[in-house]
Design a binder for this molecule. Structure first.
Ligand code: PAF
Length: 285
C-alpha cells in the first residue's frame, strides 16, 4: 500500500493511475476507523479500480479545541487495517501539508449550513468544505465516498461539488449500525458505559417515530414521544444527556416540517456524558 503525505504527490500518483485507464476512488476520513469506514472502502472497491483513503483530523472543522484534542487517533492501526482490506493508497498529510495558511484562506459556506450542525457548531462546515476541496484537488478526477450518517455534510458537499465544478462523483453509503441500532462513529470509543447503554435509544426512538408517522399528520406529538423515550433511557442508564436538536425536517433543505412529507427525515444531535453523537433516518422508505 502506497503512503503519501504531500497533496501534490497524491495528485501525481492518481494521475499515473488515471493515465493507465483506472477509475480512482477517494474515501476521506478522520481516522479511528470502524466498520462504517470499511463499508465506504468496500463500496469504493466495488466501483473503482484504485482506492485511496485519506486520514486527516481537520482542525478547521472543530469549533471546540477540547473536542479536537480528544478526537480518537490511531494512525498505525488504521493503516494496517486498510492494507489488510486491500486499499491501494493512504493519504496521511500533516496539518501544514494541508493548511499552510488556514487563517488567510478558506471556503465560506452559507444556506443549508445554517441549520442543525452548522447552527450548533459555528464554522464547522467552512472547515469541512475547505478541507474536502483540498482533498478533491489532491485526488483529481475521482469517485468520492461519504456516509449517510453525516447527512447534512453530504448535502453541503453535493453543493460544493456543483458550485466549484469539481470533477468528482459522490457516492453516499448507508449508515452502518451496531446490533442495538447505535450508528457507528469514531466517537463511540469515547462513550462511558452508561452512555453506551443509553445511546441506542436514539435509533429505537427513530423506529417508534417511523411507526407512528403518517404522511400529512403533525410531527410535533411524534417528536415529543421520541424525546421522552430518549430522555428516560438516559435517566435509567445514569448517563447525562443534552439534546442539541431532535427534529423532523426536509431531506432536501433540512427545514423542520410541521407535517410529515414523503422526504421527511428524523435528525438528532445529542451529547451523552459529554460525547456528542449525531444520527438520522428517512421516515418513509
Ligand atoms: O466525515 C468526516 O470524517 C470529515 O468531516 C471529513 C469528510 C473527512 C472531512 O474532514
Amino acid at each position: 500500500m502506497l503512503r503519501v503525505n504531500d497533496p501534490l504527490e497524491l495528485f501525481a500518483r492518481t494521475e499515473e493511475f488515471r493515465g493507465r485507464g483506472a477509475r480512482v476512488g477517494l474515501v476521506p476520513t478522520m481516522g479511528a476507523l470502524h466498520e462504517g469506514h470499511f463499508k465506504l472502502v468496500e463500496e469504493a472497491k466495488r466501483l473503482c479500480d484504485v482506492v485511496c483513503v485519506s486520514i486527516f483530523v481537520n482542525p478547521l472543522q472543530f469549533n471546540n479545541i477540547t473536542d479536537f484534542d480528544r478526537y480518537p487517533r490511531d494512525v498505525e492501526a488504521d493503516a494496517a487495517a486498510l492494507e489488510a482490506i486491500g486499499v491501494d493508497a493512504v493519504f496521511l498529510p500533516r496539518v501544514e501539508d494541508i493548511h499552510p495558511s488556514p487563517v488567510n484562506m478558506h471556503i465560506s459556506t452559507a444556506g443549508i449550513v445554517e441549520r442543525q450542525e452548522g447552527a450548533h457548531r459555528p464554522g464547522h462546515f467552512d472547515g469541512v468544505a475547505t478541507v474536502v476541496s483540498k482533498l478533491f484537488i489532491a485526488a483529481g478526477r475521482a469517485s468520492v465516498f461519504f456516509g449517510e450518517k453525516d447527512y447534512q455534510q453530504t448535502r453541503v458537499i453535493a453543493d460544493l461539488i456543483r458550485e466549484f465544478h469539481f470533477p468528482v462523483e459522490m457516492v453516499v453509503v448507508p449508515t452502518v449500525r451496531e446490533v442495538d441500532g447505535l450508528a457507528l462513529s469514531s466517537r463511540n470509543r469515547l462513550l462511558t458505559s452508561a452512555a453506551r447503554k443509553a445511546a441506542p435509544a436514539m435509533y429505537r426512538a427513530f423506529r417508534t417515530g417511523r411507526s407512528r408517522a403518517v404522511p400529512g399528520s403533525a410531527t410535533a406529538p411524534v417528536i415529543d414521544g421520541m424525546r421522552g423515550a430518549i430522555e428516560s433511557a438516559a435517566r435509567e442508564a445514569g448517563a447525562e444527556l443534552a439534546i442539541d436538536y431532535l427534529e423532523a425536517a426536509s431531506g432536501v433543505d433540512l427545514r423542520p416540517v410541521e407535517r410529515f412529507e414523503a422526504d421527511t427525515r428524523f435528525f438528532i444531535a445529542a451529547s451523552y456524558d459529554g460525547v456528542r453523537l449525531i444520527d438520522n433516518v428517512a421516515v418513509f422508505e
